[in-house]
Design a binder for this molecule. Sequence first.
Ligand code: NAD
Ligand code: MG
Length: 334
Amino acid sequence: MTDTNRRTFLAGAALTAGAAVTLASNTAASAQSGGGGGASEPTAPAAAGYPKPPYPTDMQPWPGLASRMNPRPDHGETSYKGSGKLAGKKALITGGDSGIGRAAAIAYAREGADVAINYLPAEEPDAKEVVALIEAEGRKAVAIPGDLRSEEFCRSLISQAADQLGGLDILVNNAALQQTRPSIAEISSELFDDTMKTNVYAPFWLTKAALERMEAGAVIVNTSSEQAGNPSPEIMHYAMTRAAVLNFTKGLAKELAPRGIRVNAVAPGPFWTPLQVSGGATTEKLRTFGGDSPMGRAGQPAEIAALYVAAADPLLSYSTGQIFGSTGGNGQPA
Ligand code: NAD
Ligand code: MG
């Protein structure tokens, strides 16, 4: 992450947290005045109030913080309602501090699971918010910062999570690195390596270690992308990793079915998260983000959390090797 382009990007990045709007609380306020969403409603009605392009283009240094985004993403803080689908389960979610991982963490806790999250040390402020949200449900929250590019850390993360949770039923491989580059000539070997380590090696290392602890009934949930089947050229190195994870999901599902362990993936389309405002999208792409989908906007993390629940739901016991998509109408994810 130290090549010339990266430094240039960071030098040009503007951080205007002061102007940030709290989308989640706006949505809750509109619910109270009859606008939909809110505590007694499912997540979906809140969607009518979600912002559309053109979006503000406030960039942040990588890895970015959800708490400093403008507008702030909706992770389901005020809207997700659980119904005990994951009661008593122990889950580890990588990248659980923000974005899609945070939405999954909130949903899992509200479905009755104890949740460990992994994130980078720089993301501690976001992680603290998620820990408070999990604990507010009366569930156990475990926060384990560390860098997934290290195999040693990946092994220790699984041990720490399983020891502190008292077991491991669900592993959500969700963390990823996405940094845009204008051409293959500007994708340095260092960036390529960081992207592969974070997005392909880490899920492999974590899964391998987790399987030493998992029993029948356990589930691995991977995060792929619509990029797996329809790559954008400026993130081709990232798109390759989402295709790899999709393929890994299908292959591993076949190996583990006889053990009673399922493996599924969720494939998002464009979602409003820190990954996009911290180098994952160009300014122009961010301004019109998701505008080319039939929904005409980016998804909010709250809108995909239920797929992470479904991917791990014991009731879907015949679903393994499946790819659950959420692309705003742009067809199948891959
Ligand atoms: P996000 O920035 O909120 O989450 C990504 C997380 O990855 C970060 O919070 C960070 O904790 C973690 N991470 C990155 N490098 C790490 C490292 N070296 N060690 C430990 N943790 C590291 O963004 P998001 O969009 O919610 O991303 C979650 C997943 O969704 C990713 O797998 C991404 O590929 C996928 N996805 C996102 C979109 C989108 O439009 N946002 C679209 C398709 C797929
Ligand atoms: Mg984050």
